[in-house]
Design a protein around this ligand. Sequence first.
Ligand code: HEC
Ligand code: HEC
Ligand code: HEC
Ligand code: HEC
Ligand code: HEC
Ligand code: HEC
Length: 266
Amino acid sequence: MLIRFSTIVSLVVLSLLLIGSGEAQDREDLGRDMKMMPPNGPFWEYGNVVMRRKSKKAGMAPVVFPHWSHRAKYTCRVCHLELEFSMNIGETGITREQYLAGKFCGACHDGKTAFTVQSGTAPNCDKCHMKDTQPLEKRFNEFAKGLPKSSYGNGINWSEALVNEMITPINSIISKRTDMELPNKLKAPIKMKSYSQRGDVIFSHEAHFAELDCASCHPDIFNIKKRGTKNFDMGSNISRKYCGACHMMVAFPMNDCSRCHMVAAR
Ligand code: HEC
Ligand code: HEC
Ligand code: HEC
Ligand code: HEC
Ligand code: HEC
Ligand code: HEC
């Protein structure tokens, strides 16, 4: 793992240096960014959220929440909008009392939709409070088998899987949801000029709206005015800001240059 990590970091440093940029980052900045660069771990671990603080206090094993298994069944908006999970790690502050009352994990882990959180004759505590993560890794390998591949993150091309209906996540679990249409003027992708010689970045509201809601990005991550977002560059993307808020944590990571820099070099 160490070898892979350093290889990728040096490749990225090299490519950033080679393609250069109008306002080249100085070495110190770049060095700092590269320390934070990192979704270079094993595919099955990318996007797993480990929650240990409260568990540890109570003498329980840490909880491992895998995004990969849940996102195949539910869109991001189900959890991050309807169920009010935060996208800032630790911020939700889940307690046993809350989930036993049907909030957060307990909204689904009720013995009907998914295995229950309740104690009983055959409790499932260790399915979430994992002493051993090997079974989860094994399930990932089975799960990933039939899905389209990519080079980074989960090693799965989630966009392709979604478009080809190889996964069909549910977009709402509350009964009286009123569907919002994407306004027509947002249907055309935004072309973000970049001075990278790789080419411009294309951002599609439509593709993102399939899984996310306006509030996932506006106003906390992006200004609602085109080119209104300040200090929006690769340095901050790599530091998990802006696009990197998702594209370093759950969606394909920043290493995968050409999936964003799509338009051929000028
Ligand atoms: C089944 C519920 C569920 C679904 C579906 C889901 N998430 Fe999450 N997500 C969570 C939970 C739980 C956390 C951790 C929250 C906390 O620590 O307070 C989280 C955290 C995150 C974080 C922060 C991760 C970190 O390591 O800092 C990001 C980013 C995120 N989710 C993005 C997404 C995206 C993008 C999707 C859709 C592709 C998605 N999530 C789908 C439940 C979900
Ligand atoms: C929107 C519904 C939903 C929410 C919210 C949800 N889960 Fe799940 N989860 C599921 C379903 C469905 C399954 C698969 C059903 C089963 O195996 O019983 C599952 C499976 C799992 C698994 C087994 C993973 C695997 O695929 O092998 C773990 C671990 C897990 N959930 C943890 C959590 C934790 C921790 C939370 C809260 C932070 C949570 N889940 C919130 C629906 C949900
Ligand atoms: C669907 C997943 C899931 C299952 C199943 C589950 N838990 Fe939890 N549990 C969590 C999450 C998430 C937390 C918060 C983790 C943290 O912050 O450390 C938590 C925290 C706890 C805590 C400490 C927090 C508090 O509020 O006291 C205790 C104690 C606990 N669980 C006991 C249990 C027991 C006992 C079982 C089995 C009967 C169980 N859990 C089953 C997800 C689960
Ligand atoms: C995944 C993140 C994301 C989501 C989800 C999202 N946006 Fe945006 N939006 C952006 C980005 C990035 C920009 C460009 C910001 C910039 O250039 O500084 C933008 C720009 C805009 C603009 C200005 C466009 C223009 O051409 O002037 C409007 C209006 C807007 N968004 C509305 C919405 C609405 C309404 C929704 C929900 C239907 C939504 N956005 C969902 C990321 C998002
Ligand atoms: C709130 C989370 C979030 C933010 C912020 C976000 N994305 Fe995404 N993006 C996703 C998810 C989820 C996907 C689905 C693919 C995946 O998960 O790997 C996706 C897919 C894409 C794709 C499709 C790739 C393909 O091969 O089809 C592109 C391109 C993309 N994002 C670019 C951007 C850019 C550029 C930004 C910043 C302006 C951005 N995204 C910000 C969550 C996000
Ligand atoms: C998730 C989407 C995404 C990925 C992946 C991505 N970029 Fe970018 N990149 C952007 C955005 C957005 C900008 C800013 C565009 C603008 O100026 O509006 C940008 C700008 C740049 C710039 C211009 C200088 C700067 O700092 O803004 C360079 C150079 C660059 N990217 C290189 C890369 C390299 C090398 C990779 C792969 C290691 C990469 N990018 C991967 C979205 C991405």
